[in-house]
Design a protein around this ligand. Structure first.
Ligand code: PAF
Length: 273
């Protein structure tokens, strides 16, 4: 695998037909599944590793976000990824970033955006920069970050970017917990409790499939169950898949999303209905 750390050298090495998989590193099987999917979509697979300060608030976990570069390179090599772009902060942000992509509050101010103000602005801005740097034909993002995927799809459509967006399914541990770099923060007891979030979302999903349409009641029941087991839920929400707005009773393309704190670790998950 070739590792590039400067934009100039990275651009010179690449020509067309690229599938890009942006990451912040600390790679797990969910990322590797995206790499495999990328290999099906283009001749050249490019992974990026960049912990993007812009998408963290001062109170977030930017400094303690796990950085495991050597192990990540081994995993990417084993997955047959040809190129890794791993820029420094100075390479990505040589001067303070004053131009930003500002997703509309209707998309970026809801759900996770309500609890992490500015997060999707930081994500959209760095993703647009990565698209401009790598000029991929296709870029892949996991469904685990469902709102992020929606914001990026809409950015691409509204700004007429010539990149196709492909979505990867969420990869789960045997007990149902969605793989995430933040799972590493969990104590053994919290790790044992963590699959409850997915189980509560699955309960809501089952009720919806059975025809239940009192969304508020289902959401509140799931949050009460989480609270009763020591979680601090941010939200459990039934939404339309396409725009994550509140559905009408007759809408059918739904997704149930949840975010909750377990100890000091914030976990998110979702299930399409
Ligand atoms: O999903 C992530 O890891 C990040 O939000 C992304 C898309 C790499 C942008 O920094």
């Amino acid at each position: 695998m070739r590792i590039h750390t400067t934009i100039a050298e990275f651009r010179a090495a690449l020509k067309g037909g690229i599938a890009l998989v942006p990451t912040m590193g600390n790679l797990h099987e969910g990322h590797i599944a995206l790499m495999r999917q990328a290999k099906e979509l283009a001749d050249t697979v490019v992974a990026t590793i960049f912990v993007n300060r812009l998408q963290f608030r001062p109170t977030d976990d930017f400094e303690k976000y796990p950085r495991t570069f050597e192990a990540d390179c081994e995993k990417l090599d084993a997955a047959g990824v040809g190129h890794l772009f791993a820029p420094s902060e100075v390479e990505m942000y040589p001067q303070p970033q004053e131009y930003h992509v500002e997703p509309p509050p209707s998309q970026a101010g809801i759900l996770d955006g309500e609890f992490r103000p500015g997060h999707f602005r930081g994500v959209a801005t760095v993703v647009l920069k990565l698209f401009n740097i790598a000029t991929p034909r296709v870029a892949l993002f996991g469904k685990k970050d469902y709102q992020q995927l929606m914001v990026i799809r809409n950015m691409v459509r509204e700004l007429n970017l010539s990149v196709e967006i492909a979505a990867g399914e969420t990869v789960r541990a045997a007990d149902g917990l969605a793989l995430s770099s933040r799972n590493g923060y969990l104590s053994p007891a919290e790790r044992a409790e963590a699959p409850r979030l997915q189980r509560e979302l699955a309960r809501v999903r089952q009720a919806l499939l059975a025809g239940e349409r009192d969304f508020a009641r289902l959401e509140e029941q799931a949050m009460a169950e989480l609270r009763a087991n020591g979680w601090i839920p941010n939200y459990v929400a039934v939404r339309n898949r396409v725009d994550l707005q509140c559905p009408a009773a007759h809408d059918s393309e739904l997704v149930v999303l949840g975010a909750a704190l377990l100890g000091s670790t914030r976990l998110i998950d979702n299930l399409e209905v």
